[in-house]
Design a protein around this ligand. Structure first.
Ligand code: AMO
Length: 436
């Protein structure tokens, strides 16, 4: 029987819940058509749902004739519900197939999709992004975003277990925190305002009362360069903690990355077709000082001096791979809230977590003394009056504190072996893309 409405039909099983041992059971599955192949009296189709795929075999004589004809006429992506019998079959990859009895076609597709729904790779990423909702139906994409969800769960579990409280800070703000250039300005009633580059100042203020705070939320960066690692809107995993320094934060990052990598490995174990390339997370992630790496680069023939940024091309020259920290950066280029080292005022108590030449996180011990913070703002040519709302808090016993921001998308690139940041982002925003 062919119907076109959901009506009373409800799913009994997701694709991954049906097994060979259910031979003879009646099941109702829902999803979309992935493939259809008709051979005269027999039609093979695949229905896909959020968890995987199911083989449907409609053979003359073993299923209603109108159902067989309708299935063989369906185009990929048509959305369907199907009731049928599980039939054990040694030839089928998972040891069973489904013999249909009843079909409901909720949305019939007429158009040919811009790429095969079964395609493992589609060369032109723009073609995929233009049709993102159907691109996300492809198995490689499904695996990445399922793994993303697992990573987020593992990070949140870590925060809960360690007694962090989850905060939400304003994304429409009055002043820049990470430096002026990469700032999006917007109209806010009759004033100029900005999209938050990070929750920096708010998370520091909230650490005054809640001590251990975390936020997983968008950050906005007006990045004018077109690269495979920059987005205009990214998700940052931020943490801030009172009565600790940057060394303690690096310890936390080690634990967070380990938990996240475990989550991806567990997912990949359950879904061997995910084909992730999962890196090893060392129990102790190596920590190199900035100074040490500049010297190594110079020995390797790189034209770099103390004070320069550590460019990917130079990092490649000294062959650093996998996860490592670069610590104790020069203070001068660091934002005003980063604390100077007690042993040398030219150096900051700061770090970047790297994966090869990809920066995954940065963090630091923060300035906690009010006069010092005002002075650092002035040194940077920023107007302390504009930061009055923040400086005011520092009149009232701000504890020593430290924290970091981890880029979720970059972390996923590292944990799955994905090269383009757009592939780990549902709807990427970059210089050229504002839709879909
Ligand atoms: P930072 O500016 O280094 O530090 O940002 C922290 C991390 O966020 C990610 N990230 C990005 N990911 C994709 N596209 C971008 N345009 C982009 N910009 C940043 C990176 C980066 O390491 N407030 C500090 C953090 C702190 O000290 O707590 C900050 O924002 O993975």
């Amino acid at each position: 029987m062919i119907e076109t409405e959901l009506g009373e039909m409800r799913r009994t099983h997701y694709s991954d819940e049906i097994t060979q041992s259910m031979d003879g059971s009646k099941v109702t599955v829902m999803g979309w058509i992935l493939t259809v192949r008709g051979h005269g009296n027999i039609c093979f189709a695949t229905i896909s749902d959020k968890n995987g795929e199911l083989p449907i075999v409609a053979k003359k004589g073993s299923c209603p004739e109108d159902v067989r004809e309708e299935i063989s006429s369906l185009k990929p992506h048509s959305s369907v519900g199907l009731t049928g019998m599980v039939k054990s079959s040694e030839k089928a990859p998972r040891g069973f197939e489904i013999v249909p009895q009843e079909l409901r076609v909720f949305s019939k597709v007429q158009k040919t999709p811009p790429f095969e729904p079964t395609a493992k790779t589609v060369k032109n990423i723009d073609t995929r992004l233009e049709s993102r909702p159907i691109d996300l139906r492809r198995a490689p994409m499904r695996h990445i975003f399922n793994a993303r969800s697992m990573v987020l769960q593992s990070v949140r579990n870590y925060f809960v277990q360690e007694q962090f409280i989850e905060i939400n800070t304003p994304k429409i703000i009055a002043t820049a925190t990470e430096g002026g250039a990469a700032l999006f300005s917007i109209f806010y009633y009759n004033k100029e305002a900005f999209l938050a580059q990070s929750p920096q100042l708010y998370k520091e203020q909230l650490a005054m009362s809640f001590e251990k705070v975390c936020e997983i939320a968008p950050i906005f960066r007006a990045e004018s360069s077109r690269t495979n690692r920059h987005l205009s809107e990214a998700i940052s995993i931020d943490l801030e903690e009172a009565f600790v320094d940057y060394g303690d934060v690096m310890d936390r990052i080690e634990q967070i990355i380990t938990a996240a990598a475990r989550a991806v490995s567990a997912y990949a174990k359950k879904h061997p077709d995910a084909e992730f390339s999962i890196p090893i997370v060392p129990e102790k992630i190596p920590r190199y000082t900035y100074q040490e790496l500049v010297e190594r680069m110079q020995k390797a023939g790189a034209k770099t001096e103390w004070g320069d940024d550590l460019y990917p091309s130079n990092l490649k020259k000294i062959g650093l791979e996998g996860f490592y920290f670069i610590t104790d950066w020069p203070l001068a280029p660091k934002p005003f809230y980063v604390k100077e080292s007690a042993s040398d005022p030219k150096i900051s108590e700061s770090f970047d977590l790297m994966f090869g030449d990809l920066e995954l996180s940065s963090g630091s011990t923060r300035v906690e003394k009010s006069e010092k913070l005002s002075q650092r703002l002035a040194d940077k040519g920023l107007d302390p009056e504009k930061f009055g709302y923040h400086l005011g808090a520092f009149e009232y016993g701000v504890p020593p504190h430290a924290g970091c921001g981890i880029g979720l998308e970059r972390l996923l690139m590292a944990l799955t072996g994905t090269e383009n940041i757009r592939d780990v982002t549902f709807y990427p925003r970059d210089v050229d893309r504002l839709a879909p």
